[in-house]
Design a binder for this molecule. Structure first.
Ligand code: HEC
Length: 258
């Protein structure tokens, strides 16, 4: 993680506003928050890792879409799911979820990561339990559905809010609030640096917010791609996205007090 620090500071926005603050100014700006800077960094790291973990689960569901569709969802065991999730997260974050005790992460960060793995597993276990033989074929269990189920449960268990959102949400429940909209508009600008999160302390310093951008892969385009307006197999008009374009974000709202 240390390797990523300079970039992380560059996009750490404290006290509101969405203008990028250069790294050195980032340190000074932290004075506006009532929290020590290392606490803000810890919140930033926790929120970012939770977003990467949720997105890794989405990607595993994406990779297994054919398996899910060919076997009434039963082809993907919870063990196989967890193994792939751990591999995907290790590749993306450089952290082994099975060896969390040996990492320098804060205790709360470790606890929340473990809780998110467990919640993700439970969602897969419930899917396997609930699918009926007549559900053969397309189960409708797509990354967004996985993400929404995991997010809802995770919020219930931990008080940390995770949400998938975009400027033109298919599901009204995913509609962005003002902060999320500002970040999504920044991500939508083709000049915006790729994979750079946007984050801030809320005005009352009670919560930390982070927006983690998502990008359209080939698979997403089946539904969200072109031709724009033509209905996809889920029954929604396609958004007309192209490969690599920003496809929305994962929004994290992390209460400062556990
Ligand atoms: C099989 C079609 C399908 C595929 C493939 C798909 N999506 Fe979606 N996506 C949907 C549907 C349907 C929803 C709305 C789900 C709901 O009701 O909450 C959605 C919702 C979303 C949302 C939340 C905002 C909204 O529109 O409600 C984001 C962000 C998103 N998708 C991004 C992606 C990305 C990125 C990929 C590729 C990794 C992807 N999707 C792949 C169909 C798809």
């Amino acid at each position: 993680m240390r390797r990523r620090l300079p970039r992380m500071l560059a996009c750490l926005l404290i006290g509101g506003g969405l203008t990028a603050i250069p790294p050195t100014v980032g340190f000074e700006q932290s004075g506006r928050s009532s929290l020590p800077f290392h606490t803000v960094l810890e919140l930033e790291q926790t929120a970012r890792l939770l977003a990467v973990l949720l997105d890794s689960g989405r990607a595993v569901i994406n990779d297994n879409q054919m398996v899910l569709e060919g076997s009434q969802g039963k082809g993907l065991t919870t063990e196989a799911f967890e193994r792939q999730l751990v591999d995907m997260f290790r590749g993306r974050a450089g952290i082994d979820l099975h060896e969390l005790d040996d990492t320098v992460l804060a205790p709360r960060t470790k606890r929340l990561l473990r809780a998110l793995v467990e919640t993700s597993r439970q969602v897969i276990a419930d899917l396997r339990r609930d699918l009926q033989p007549q559900d053969a074929g397309f189960t409708g269990f797509i990354p967004a559905v996985f993400g929404a189920r995991v997010s809802a449960r995770f919020t219930d268990h931990t008080g940390v809010r995770l949400k998938q959102t975009s400027l033109t949400p298919r599901n009204p429940a995913n509609r962005p609030d003002a902060y999320e909209r500002g970040a999504l508009e920044a991500f939508a600008d083709s000049a915006y640096p790729r994979e750079t999160v946007i984050s801030e302390m809320t005005a009352d310093s009670a919560s930390f917010r982070l927006m983690f951008p998502l990008y359209a892969t080939r698979h997403c385009l089946d539904c969200h791609g072109e031709p724009k307006g033509v209905v996809d197999r889920m029954g929604y008009p396609r958004e007309g996205l192209v490969l690599g374009q920003n496809a929305g974000a994962i929004s994290v709202l992390l209460p400062v007090k556990p």
